[in-house]
Write a protein that binds this ligand. Structure first.
Ligand code: KIV
Length: 290
């Protein structure tokens, strides 16, 4: 596909394009959550895949700092720079604009760009918003609450991230399921409530037991939970796009399903993912949860 025809939605060349989707907004996401329509999110790092994912009906695109592993070949997300996040956010935003995309665009604040102070966090968030993001995501529990409130009050929508927080993989001792015992489960629940109260409109729950993420989802009335390896009870799901397309430098995590299997091409695989999330057939808690 070429993005040379700036006015045409992705796929318009084939003449098989449905009417453009309505833009996904914060209020539409809140409405989906309230109606129980599952939110389908994927990562994207470049213009072309962003356009294909948008055409496939993905609700939200995340320029994840997983780009460090997927695009840069790093071992973890720790070394991902603000400049890399800005560059990929601009690319994805440009791809969406070129096809008049509808997906809601979230970008990760990388490690080291928000820990020092809430002012540092705001400056970093503004950089990503000016690169085209509509929301920023940051990792961490209680200590991030003041930062989240500060950023939200200044007009930046925030997605929080609890459970396995890959930027702190070394402190956590590896990529392990979080919230397995009563005290860590209670802490996650308290942190989730506090982040909602601080104004986080979305919360990624990564590698958390299915029962706990369903409980957190039930308790939060103003914040949509998005699970990754967190069972089927969340308001939505996210996967790293390369993982769900079966393109991976290592072994994909256990919670991933390869949507290329049985699909004719990438757009069809992405559509199958959206349908599986919305239809409740992914994740399957007997296979993809703890
Ligand atoms: O960086 C990333 O891609 C993420 C998601 C997988 C949640 O944070």
């Amino acid at each position: 596909m070429s993005l040379s025809d700036a006015a045409a939605p992705y796929g318009a060349q084939s003449g098989a394009v449905p009417a453009p989707r309505k833009a996904v907004t914060l209020s539409r996401l809140a409405d989906m959550r309230a109606r129980g329509e599952k939110i389908a999110m994927l990562t994207a790092y470049d213009a072309t895949f962003a356009a294909v994912a948008d055409a496939a009906g993905v609700d939200c695109l995340l320029v994840g700092d997983s780009l460090g592993m997927v695009c840069q070949g790093l071992d973890s997300t720790v070394a991902v720079s603000m400049e890399a996040m800005r560059h990929h956010t601009e690319s994805v935003a440009r791809g969406l604009r070129r096809v008049q995309g509808a997906a809601w665009l979230i970008a990760d604040l990388p490690f080291g760009s928000y820990q020092a102070s809430r002012e540092q966090a705001l400056r970093s968030a503004i950089t990503l918003m000016q690169a085209g993001a509509q929301m920023v995501k940051l990792e961490g529990g209680g200590w991030t609450v003041d930062t989240v409130r500060f950023i939200v009050e200044r007009g930046v929508p925030v997605c929080a991230h609890l459970g396995l927080t890959p930027q702190t993989v070394h402190a956590l001792g590896g990529y392990k399921v979080q919230g397995r015992d009563d005290s860590s489960a209670a802490r996650l629940l308290d942190d989730a409530r506090a982040l909602q109260d601080a104004g986080a409109a979305m919360l990624v729950l990564e590698m958390v037991p299915a029962a706990l993420s369903a409980r957190i989802t039930g308790e939060l009335t103003r914040c949509a939970t998005i699970g990754i390896g967190a069972g089927s009870g969340t308001a939505g799901q996210v996967l790293v796009m390369h993982d769900m397309l079966g393109v991976n430098l290592g072994k994909p995590p256990k919670f991933v399903r390869n949507f290329m299997a049985g699909s004719d091409g990438i757009e069809q695989a992405l559509r199958a993912y959206v349908q599986a999330v919305k239809g409740g057939t992914f994740p399957d808690d007997t296979l993809h949860a703890w």
